[in-house]
Design a protein around this ligand. Structure first.
Ligand code: MSP
Length: 502
């Protein structure tokens, strides 16, 4: 099976922060999970570069727009590599491979009449480079909800996309395929907004010098940055062998950009007669120490902050925190150091780390190598955890999958306490019982090395090295079967996985 997952492409005018890192890390986790399942995965992230404000920001620094975009795209790329993101490609909208495709798509839409030249007047948010509907403008009191600057009344000759034509088809899609937009609340929001009616949308601009992709046949207009950007998901794979990845299985985004992904994007694909993505998943937001992150507060969890977490707790612990406590649902999550330390100590140091450490130490102390055993007291719990974990991962229910793993770790730790191997070891008549308990625990640790692998790939390898099995995992279908751990496996060098923090 193929699995194509995308993140938004990020504005090059911004510096990478925890929001960008979050979506990309979550996508990386699902990509890794599917790779482990043996799927053919394509995981795409990248940068969105043709905003008109890139030209201004570059000019302030006496750079060309391209130079400024190059610098900042590199900052994103380097940050992602450092944070263990294994994407299959990194698309930049200023790359010729993207620009050529976008011109092809727009040429086609001009031909079918789904894109036409018209005039538009409305409330414009210059900072966001987007028009706001009359209703929204009223609700915002004619000020930008992002930077508070007044919305401006703007009138321009524009190319339009005939969005109005697709309202019925979109409602139909959301009805037949309710999972097209998740979570469900977000789907319902979209359905309600479409029911209010859809207007055609402008898809070109005239400002911004020669930065951007020209409208085919009219050099005075550039394609509006959002339209240009959405096409990245298709343009990257719309070539040769890569075509087999289309349609995308998941567009992972946050709720801020749902309208573009759940309405405009599928409508454009319908107009192009292309297959539609299978799902748009919109998560919520991280706030920072109880407050919304904003430029005015200067409280972004930025790369420097992120780096300090990696240094203090390890990259895998950061990924675990993002995955287990992140805003995958409909509520925002707080990125707070106290919470981070609490989760680190409870889930990682005390639960998982302790289970691995005490299991391997006991195997080494009492038996030198993993004993042979048939009776098992943990197998049923393990199999249940594996089944729940897999089902949740398939559904993108990351918190649910991690919860299944956590429940199993708790159960296994309890099993250690209940069976008290240190007592069994004192009495030779309990030798076979001790063998069974140690095998159960060692096999559970092996299974856990597989379950944690998508979220904590480094920890998975370290668990496996300490257990004395190959660091690299085989296909999950095989790895997740109880009983794979061979008797006689010699435990390697044991070291704590998560030193406790105060
Ligand atoms: N360039 C557009 C997207 C075009 S996609 C065809 C854009 N870029 S952005 O740089 O502003 O990134 C927005 C995305 O960053 C959000 O959808 C989300 O994935 C991530 N986040 C930005 N801030 C966030 C939080 N505070 N919390 C979680 N994720 C957020 O919009």
């Amino acid at each position: 099976m193929k699995f194509y997952i995308t993140t938004p492409i990020y504005y090059v005018n911004d510096r990478p922060h925890i929001g960008h890192v979050y979506t990309t890390t979550i996508a990386d986790i699902f990509a890794r999970y599917h790779r482990l399942c043996g799927d053919e995965v394509f995981f795409l992230t990248g940068t969105d570069e043709h905003a008109a404000k890139v030209v201004d920001a570059a000019a302030e620094r006496k750079l060309t727009a391209q130079q400024w975009a190059d610098q900042n795209a590199q900052a994103f790329q380097e940050a992602f590599v450092k944070l263990g993101i294994a994407s299959d490609d990194f698309i930049r909208t200023s790359q010729p491979r993207h620009k050529e495709k976008v011109r092809e798509y727009v040429t086609e839409l001009l031909k079918t009449g789904d894109v036409y030249l018209g005039e538009y007047e409305g409330w414009y948010d210059a900072g966001q480079e987007e028009y706001v509907t009359e209703n929204k403008a009223k609700e915002y009191e004619f000020k930008s909800p992002v930077n508070g600057k007044p919305l401006v009344r703007k009138k321009e000759k524009n190319y339009f996309f005939r969005l109005s034509k697709y309202a019925g088809a979109l409602l139909d899609l959301l009805d037949r395929q309710p999972d097209f937009v998740r979570p469900e609340i977000r789907r319902n929001e979209i359905v309600n907004r479409i029911r209010e009616g859809l207007n055609d949308v402008p898809i070109s601009r005239t400002g911004g010098g020669d930065w951007g992709i020209r409208v085919p046949g009219d050099d005075t207009h550039a394609i509006y940055v959002w339209i240009d950007a959405l096409f990245n998901y298709l343009s990257t794979v719309d070539t040769g062998e890569r075509n087999r990845f289309w349609p995308a299985d998941v567009h992972l985004i946050a709720k801020d950009i749902l309208w573009f992904h759940a309405v405009i994007w599928p409508a454009m694909l319908l107009a192009l007669k292309r297959e539609l993505p299978r799902q748009v998943y919109a998560h919520s937001f991280w706030i920072s120490e109880g407050q919304k992150m904003s430029k005015s507060l200067g409280n972004f969890v930025d790369l420097e902050k992120i780096d300090s977490y990696v240094t203090n707790y390890g990259l895998d612990a950061l990924r675990y925190f993002l995955a287990s406590n992140g805003p995958m649902g409909i509520n925002d999550s707080d990125f707070a150091e106290a919470k981070f330390v609490e989760v680190y100590n409870a889930d990682l140091a005390n639960d998982l780390g302790n289970l691995v450490n005490r299991t391997l130490s006991m195997v080494q102390r009492y038996r030198q190598s993993v004993p042979a055993a048939t009776q098992t007291g943990l197998r049923a719990d393990a199999e249940k955890a594996v089944a729940v974990y897999r089902e949740k991962m398939q559904r993108l229910d990351l918190t649910g999958a991690i919860e299944a793993q956590r429940v199993f770790v708790t159960r296994a730790n309890k099993y250690v306490d209940e069976s008290a191997p240190w007592k069994l070891a004192k009495d030779p008549t309990h030798a076979s019982r001790l063998d069974a308990v140690l095998y159960d625990l060692a096999e559970s640790v092996r299974l856990l090395s597989c379950l944690v692998a998508p979220v904590m790939p480094g920890v998975a390898m370290r668990i496996r090295e300490q257990l004395g099995i190959p660091a690299k995992l085989e296909a999950l279908g095989e790895e997740l079967k109880w009983g794979r751990l061979a008797a006689g496996t010699r435990v390697g060098t044991i070291a704590p996985l998560f030193p406790k923090k105060i």
